[in-house]
Structure formats: structure tokens, C-alpha cells
Write a protein of this length. Sequence first.
Length: 282
Amino acid sequence: MKKSATKKKAISSPKPFLRWAGGKNWLIKHLEGPLKDFNFNNYHEPFLGGASVFLFVKPKNRAFLSDINPELINTYRVVKGYVEELIAILREYRNNKSFYYALRDQSMKGKVERAARFIYLNQTSFNGIYRENLNGIYNVPFGFRRKDFLDEGNLRLFSSRLQKTKFTTCSFSETLESVEKGDLVFLDPPYTVSHNNNGFIKYNRKLFSLGDQTELAGYVSSVLSKGAYFILSNAAHKKIDEIFGTVGHKVRLRRASLIGGSDAERGKVSEYLFTNIPTFCK
């Protein structure tokens, strides 16, 4: 007698396992053409987030991935080196309100336990926001999501993709030393100004100021002086154009808006890419 259950289709390529504000899944289709036959040496991503672009470019050599968030970097390190231990812990977690708040209020010491807590809270919280109060305590409410927070197959695939990576908890400026001629640097900083208008993003104004944006422009100039390649994403805003307009070719892109704004009636917002990759400049 044949079994009625059908087998699930095998996953051939990993996808981001974290929900990340400002994630770049939407950008991939704009990179496919220009990067199709583009060759580079090592890959660098100083604002890691959900790692969508890292997954897309599939670095053949080493990848240097970093962020200032120590819990984020710890999570990626655990997925790389302790994925089975991580999965075993996540199997015991439950997607309900009481379990969520009990776990949210706990302070984990072990690296694998911290990573499991980080992934669980990210997947089950309201909008996947990572937010801490003034005392450094994660305070995002429960999200009432029905989606399963654990995808074992995807975590294992992601782990295999991370085997040639080096992770560092640091600011973007500290990553410049590892950049060499022929490398590719992808930069996706927190947006300081909102799309298509003159307002500051309330939450990010202190997180990443206009002064930080100016420092980042200096970083890009140093990347260029090393003979390396870069792609920088940022909000389409006149201040951003003033800061980065002289460090590379500018590409204006349109994408679907997740949040209402000046273009909300059309459901679209604009973003800038700045780059020195020749195929973007044609």
C-alpha cells in the first residue's frame, strides 16, 4: 500500500534565517545582471544583518562578515560551528505567548543557548525588531506569528555556506584593514534619513548619524584606493547624494514600500546604490 503523504521538496540553497529590518532580499534581482560574470577575490560585509547579499554572491574565496551587534555575530558563529546543538535546543521551544515572555526575561550565558534565544525571539517577536531599552534589555512584544520558527534543513544549509567565513564584532571602520585589491565590499548601513523626503528616521538618527555617513564615505574612498570594489545601498535622499555622490557611480532603484511615506500612494520608494563595478556603470 502506497503512503499518501508526499515528500517535501528538498531545499537546494539556503535562505536568510533571520527577519531583519532593512533586509536586502528585494535587491537581489537588481544584482543578478551586473554581477553575473563579475569576478572578485574575497568578500566583505561590515553591516551583516540578514546576510541576503552574502548568500546571493556565493563568495568562492573567503568572506569577512561583521557587525557591531555581538548577539548577531554570536548567532552566526553558532550556526557555523554548532548547528546540531542549536537545533536540539530550538526543538524544545514553543511558539506561544507565555513561553516567549519567559524566555525573553531570561539571560543566557552559553553561546549556543544565546543563539537559540536570539533566533527564537527574532522569529516570534512583533515584526522581528531588535530593540533594547536603556538598560540593554530586549523589550519587543510577542508577535503572534503562526509560521514555524525552526527550519532545520535551512539552518544546516546555511551552516555549510558559512565554512569559509570569518566573523568579527566591530564597527565598519575596523574592517578596512582586511580589504585587499580585487575584493568586493557590500555596505548596507542603517539608514539615517527616510526615503524621498527630508526627515530623519527617529530610531536611527542616534544609531547611525549623518556624521557616521560622512565617515563611511571616507571608508569607501579608502576601499577605492586599495583597488577594491564596493556596493553601497542607502536611502534616495539629497543629503545622501551630497555625501556619497563623488565616491562612485549612482544607481537609483525603485522597490515596494513596507511602510507608508511620501510615495505610499504608489506603494514604491526609491533607494540609491553607489558602486565602482563597471557593469553597473553601463
